[in-house]
Each structure stands twice: as structure tokens, then as C-alpha cells.
Design a protein around this ligand. Structure first.
Ligand code: FA5
Ligand code: MG
Length: 431
């Protein structure tokens, strides 16, 4: 008990000083600062708290699914967190690709825009420890930020809901009792493909018995399958053919959970990944001041799940200010999105020579900055390397507005501005 308190105090002090630090340094720019205008203008819209917005309704509906559980429900405000909070507190290695400037938006070298809600895990586990485990878990919702590809299911700002649930290892019966309450019936079982059972897993956390890990993993998968299926059952028949819905569990890998899984849903003939999860690494719990517990955590992409439930075909629509979008929806209800129109697609190809400094995310970022939400997707359509070792790429930029028909001259102007911005800010040679 003594060591629990001292650990707790130490990490609390660490966190408090970090919070002060991140606020103070928000205006201190340096060579790492890379937050573009298109992010700044959207920061602060807090869609997940806007009554009636599908992301807000989905948050509420998910929270309702967990209402019987003794958990803390939290919404996080400022997205600027220290790199220690976002990466180190979760054991993410210093060399991990997610820390690179091409993957993450940095306020400055020590402060970034959180890339996932897991950034707040340690803090929330500490709150559980401080309450002497009167609560067993938490649900956190927040906006998160990533430099990422351009297509219908990726956006540089999106929303995640992070959940965690723990059991006292001394209370042997509690996990078994909880498992009983998340059994899947035969009909639902038929819709689930589990490619991530633990039989062939040879790298589990040693501190837990294989039985504990197995029970926690089954509870995790069943809880999430049931939660999501309950929401699927709330959708209108006209919007989603429920007989065609399938859930697929596969292995994943996160430095802060072991084993780790992801869940995909079959939607419009393709698998769409909606969440990552796993059994919480015991050292994260002990660091937070929680001893002798076992449990799980997950992070759901709210846009991805909302796209399936509401039939929203393109992730850009969540950000539209067009009344024809917002006025379709009523709070805490799932209705099917009625497209107001499908505007024509217009594509332009762009070819260029690159050197080893080129990263596709830097290119995508310029597209987002110059063309805003007028680009639907960007595809690499050709790539070759000459005998002399020079590499050329050709990307197709697909332009389509969500709100109006784009004129040819508008697209020509955008493409021209894009070429100019690329030539001036990337180490490439346009062809
Ligand atoms: C994570 O972010 C982990 N923090 C999840 C986690 C939590 C694992 C707790 C273990 C324990 P991942 O990078 O896979 O995992 O992202 C989670 C979900 O966010 C994805 O499944 C997807 O639904 C959504 N997502 C990721 N990138 C984007 C994006 N650019 N646009 C929209 N949604 C995205
Ligand atoms: Mg993933």
C-alpha cells in the first residue's frame, strides 16, 4: 500500500507539471512545429459535443451501452499534450514511426496534438487508483489528430472513444460472473469471425496466467461485439442490411496492450477497421498506482462506426456546415443519411521525381492545405525507378465537392496551386 501511494504521488506530480508545461509551451514554436491552417480552423469545433451531430449522438449511445458499469465518463478538452503523455506514458519506443514529424502534428518538439485517446490512459488509471478502485474503468472521448492518407475513411482530425475495464485478481469469481453477462447468442456468434484466438499466441504477458489473459480477451471481444451489434440493431432496416453485417477479429500490435486485437466490420463489400484493443500491459497499471489487477482497453474510431450506422459515405461530411447534412439528424437517434446530391468527380494526375526525403504524408498534407475538403481521394497510380536510381511517382488526385458541382476552371486552378505549393515546399521535381 505504501509503495502504491508513493508511486501514485510521483506520477501525479509528473502529470501536473506536464499539463502546465504543455499550456505554457503552446505558443513556443520551433523546428518541429507543423500544424497547418486547415487543422487550426477546425480545432475547437468539438463535433462530439454538438447536440444532434451524429458523432455526438454516437458518443451518447455508446455511453448508454456502458451505463451499468462502474466507470468514469470523461470528455477531454485541449488536444495539445506533451510527447511524454502521448508516447512515453504508453511505452511507445523513441524510434516508433508514429513519433515522426510526417505522422504527427507538433506544436513544438515537446508538445503534440494527441494522436489517440490512449494518451489519457495513465491519467485515468491514476484517477481509479486515487478513488481506491471505487470505479473499475473509464470511457474517454476526444478529438485526435494524425497526418494520414486522403480517402473516404481517413481524416486528419477524427474522434476516438477509449474504454478500459479492470478486475481485482484476488476476486477470482468476478471475471467469470462478468463473462456470463456478455455471452453471444447463436445468431450473433454466426456473424463473428475470430481469427485472433489465443491458441497460437506464444507471446503473452508473463505476469498473468494464460487463463486470466484468455478470460480478459474473451470478455473484451464479446463486450465490444455486443455493444456494436446493439447499435447496429438500432439502425433502420432501409439503411443497413443487418443480415449482411459481419464482424472480424484479427491480431494487432500496440506497445501498451498484449495481446492486441482489431475489429473490422464488413461494409459495402469491404472490411473497415473500426477499433484497436487489447489486454492492458501490467506495467502501465502499476505505474498508475494500481496493483494486482488485470483488464482490457480499447479505442474506437467514432467516424468509422458512424459511417456504418448512419450510412455516411464520406468522412468529410462530418465537417460540412451545409444545413442539408445537420438538419437530417435528431439527437441520440440513428437514421440513414439521405444524400442531397452526388456531384461529378474530376481527376487530375500529377507526376514528379522524388529523393529519399519524400514521404507521402507530406504530399497529402499539402493537398489538404491547398484544396481543403475538395479532394475525395488520392491514389498512387504509377511508380518506377530508372537504371540511374531516380524514382518517379504518379498520383491521381480525385476532386469532388460534397456541396456543389466543381467547374473545370476551379479544378484547374486548384491543381495549379497544388503544383506550385509542392514545388516550393517539397524536395521534388515536377514532371
Ligand atoms: C489506436 O489509436 C489505439 N490507441 C487503440 C487502442 C486503445 C489500442 C487502447 C489498445 C488499447 P489505431 O491507430 O488502430 O489504434 O486507431 C483506432 C481507430 O481509429 C481505427 O481503428 C480507426 O477506426 C480510427 N482511425 C485511425 N486513423 C484514422 C483516420 N485518419 N481517420 C479516421 N479514423 C481513423
Ligand atoms: Mg489500427
Amino acid at each position: 500500500m505504501k509503495s502504491m501511494i508513493s508511486l501514485n504521488c510521483k506520477s501525479n506530480l509528473l502529470l501536473k507539471s506536464l499539463n502546465v508545461f504543455s499550456k505554457r509551451s503552446y505558443n513556443t514554436l520551433d523546428a518541429w512545429s507543423n500544424i497547418p491552417e486547415h487543422i487550426k480552423v477546425k480545432q475547437g469545433r468539438r463535433l462530439f459535443l454538438q447536440n444532434g451531430h451524429p458523432l455526438c449522438s454516437l458518443r451518447e449511445l455508446l455511453q448508454q451501452q456502458f451505463k451499468e458499469k462502474p466507470i468514469n465518463i470523461v470528455a477531454k478538452e485541449s488536444p495539445a499534450v506533451s510527447t511524454i503523455t502521448n508516447f512515453d506514458s504508453l511505452g511507445i519506443p523513441k524510434t516508433h514511426v508514429s513519433r515522426s514529424k510526417s505522422d504527427t502534428y507538433y506544436v513544438n518538439k515537446d508538445t503534440c496534438l494527441r494522436t489517440h485517446t490512449s494518451a489519457h490512459q495513465l491519467e485515468e488509471f491514476q484517477n481509479l487508483a486515487e478513488s481506491k478502485m471505487s470505479k473499475k474503468g473509464f470511457l474517454i472521448t476526444a478529438d485526435v489528430y494524425r497526418r494520414d492518407e486522403v480517402d473516404a475513411s481517413h481524416y486528419p482530425i477524427f474522434h476516438q472513444m477509449e474504454g478500459a475495464y479492470l478486475w481485482d485478481r484476488n476476486d477470482k469469481g468476478s471475471m467469470l460472473r462478468d463473462l456470463e453477462s456478455v455471452k453471444l447468442d447463436n445468431n450473433l456468434q454466426k456473424l463473428v469471425i475470430d481469427e485472433a484466438t489465443l491458441e497460437n499466441h506464444d507471446d503473452l504477458q508473463e505476469v498473468y496466467s494464460s487463463k486470466e489473459t484468455e478470460l480478459a480477451s474473451i470478455h473484451l471481444k464479446n463486450s465490444l461485439t455486443l455493444t456494436i451489434h446493439n447499435l447496429v440493431l438500432m439502425t433502420p432496416d432501409s439503411g443497413l442490411d443487418k443480415s449482411q453485417v459481419r464482424y472480424r477479429w484479427t491480431y494487432d500490435s500496440f506497445p501498451f496492450t498484449q495481446p492486441s486485437f482489431q475489429l473490422e466490420i464488413l461494409w459495402k463489400g469491404a472490411w473497415l477497421e473500426i477499433l484497436g484493443c487489447g489486454v492492458v500491459r501490467e506495467n502501465i497499471l502499476t505505474h498508475a498506482g494500481i496493483q494486482n489487477h488485470v483488464g482490457w482497453a480499447f479505442g474506437i474510431g467514432l467516424e468509422r462506426l458512424a459511417m456504418i450506422l448512419y450510412g455516411i459515405p464520406d468522412i468529410r461530411l462530418f465537417w460540412t456546415t451545409d444545413d442539408r447534412f445537420r438538419q437530417q439528424f435528431t439527437p441520440n437517434n440513428i437514421t440513414t443519411f439521405q444524400p442531397y446530391s452526388k456531384y461529378p468527380l474530376c481527376y487530375k494526375d500529377i507526376s514528379f521525381w522524388i529523393d529519399e526525403s519524400f514521404t507521402a504524408n507530406d504530399f497529402f498534407e499539402i493537398i489538404r492545405d491547398v484544396c481543403k475538403d475538395l479532394v475525395e481521394s488520392v491514389d498512387l497510380i504509377d511508380q518506377y525507378t530508372t537504371k540511374a536510381g531516380k524514382t518517379s511517382l504518379c498520383y491521381r488526385v480525385n476532386y469532388r465537392s460534397m456541396e456543389k458541382s466543381l467547374k473545370n476552371e476551379d479544378v484547374d486552378l486548384l491543381q495549379d496551386n497544388l503544383r506550385k505549393a509542392m514545388a516550393s515546399s517539397l524536395n521534388i521535381q515536377l514532371r
